[in-house]
Design a protein around this ligand. Structure first.
Ligand code: UFG
Length: 335
């Protein structure tokens, strides 16, 4: 099987590539505009199973040339489209960057899928398309109310994919809740890092002050609640989607991917203090700061649909995520 993976140098894309190569011995063709540390590690370990093209997916002509080159060498069975900018606050400050990149990348891919007769796509969407929840947990029928340019770019990409399904493309859209954790030697390497868990674990190790954004939300302890899904489980949801899509068992569906369990930001901090107690740098402390713009109080998945239709069951919980990130960060220090 030949799988084209956009954004395969990024956090989720590289972890998925690793798991796909390990499980299926497939050939993965990564398209990405960046060469990251995760990509370097993948190439070091799995050179024979990987082909990498450095390309900006918004450049249709360059992308077409690459598709032509790929089609001379491989028959692509499916595309997994991870490539996107993902920082909500940045998308509000610079909506053009997000609309231009995230929407045009998807559009160009879809057009080339028709041209090169690639029938299947799995798309990384986001729970942010729901906006502020009307009810909890959020199922797929919840109204969509994207509040940021990032969320809107994901919603529009979903719409484009649905439109192109009328031309014969089969899709599965996966709406991720809050992915975190690491797999083997691959982990979150965003620049700048904005996510709770990597920032918290780094602060614990380095003895820095961690800021909790807002303690006046309408939740049990006033801090935001999120549904954290281990990257191991998230990646498995892609493998399951691949199997269902390629066999035609499930096509043209959208699924939430979370674990149906919410932790508040304060609970995440407290859990970390509990499990790492003796190892924490004594200079670590946490403070409450003002709310971060755009944060919704609660994002909690109802993932019954993916469990029922594709038998997806998450295996990991918050503690596993925290341990994996701790180990990942410690290993970097020891190198
Ligand atoms: N937080 C802090 N301090 C920090 C970092 C984060 O208190 O230093 C809080 C945030 O305010 C928020 C929670 O931790 O309440 C989670 O924040 P993240 O940035 O880790 O994750 P988000 O929920 O904002 O965003 C994630 C993805 C987005 C996606 C969104 C919804 O990163 O891409 O989930 O799916 F849009």
């Amino acid at each position: 099987m030949n799988i084209l993976i956009t954004g395969g140098a990024g956090y989720i894309g590289s972890c998925a590539t690793l798991k796909i190569i390990k499980n299926y011995k497939s050939h993965c063709i990564i398209l990405d505009k960046q060469e990251t540390i995760n990509l370097t590690k993948l190439i070091q370990s799995y050179n024979k199973n990987l082909t990498f093209y450095k390309v900006d997916l918004t450049n249709y002509h360059q992308l077409k040339e690459i598709f032509q080159d790929i089609s001379n060498k491989f028959k692509i069975d499916v595309i997994i489209h991870f490539a996107a900018y993902t920082i909500v606050s940045e998308s509000e400050a610079n909506p053009y960057k997000y609309f231009h990149n995230n929407i045009n990348s998807t559009l160009n891919l879809l057009e080339l899928m028709i041209h090169y007769e690639i029938p299947h796509i799995i798309f990384s969407s986001s729970a942010s398309v729901y906006g502020k929840a009307n009810y909890i947990p959020i199922n797929e029928s919840h109204p969509l109310n994207p509040l940021s340019a990032y969320a809107l770019s994901k919603k529009i990409s979903e719409d484009l994919i649905i439109k192109y399904s009328q031309k014969g493309i089969n899709y599965i859209n996966l709406r991720y809740f809050n992915p975190a954790g690491s797999i083997d030697n691959l982990g979150e390497e965003h620049n700048p890092e904005t996510h709770l868990i990597p920032l918290l674990v780094k602060s614990l190790i380095e003895g820095k002050t961690f800021r909790i954004f807002g303690n006046d939300f309408p939740t049990k302890d006033g801090t935001c609640i999120r549904d954290f899904i281990h990257i191991q489980d998230l990646v498995v949801s892609h493998l399951i989607s691949l199997e269902h899509l390629l066999t035609g068992k499930v096509i043209n569906e959208t699924f939430n991917v979370g674990i149906n369990k919410g932790y508040s930001v304060l609970e995440v901090v407290q859990k970390s203090l509990e499990i790492f107690k003796n190892k924490i740098n004594p200079h670590f402390k946490y403070i409450f700061d003002k709310r971060r713009e755009g944060d919704v109080p609660i994002l909690l998945a109802d993932s019954q649909k993916i469990q029922e239709m594709m038998n997806f069951k998450p295996n990991y919980d918050l503690e596993d995520i925290l341990y994996s990130v701790w180990n990942y960060e410690m290993e970097k220090i020891s190198l």
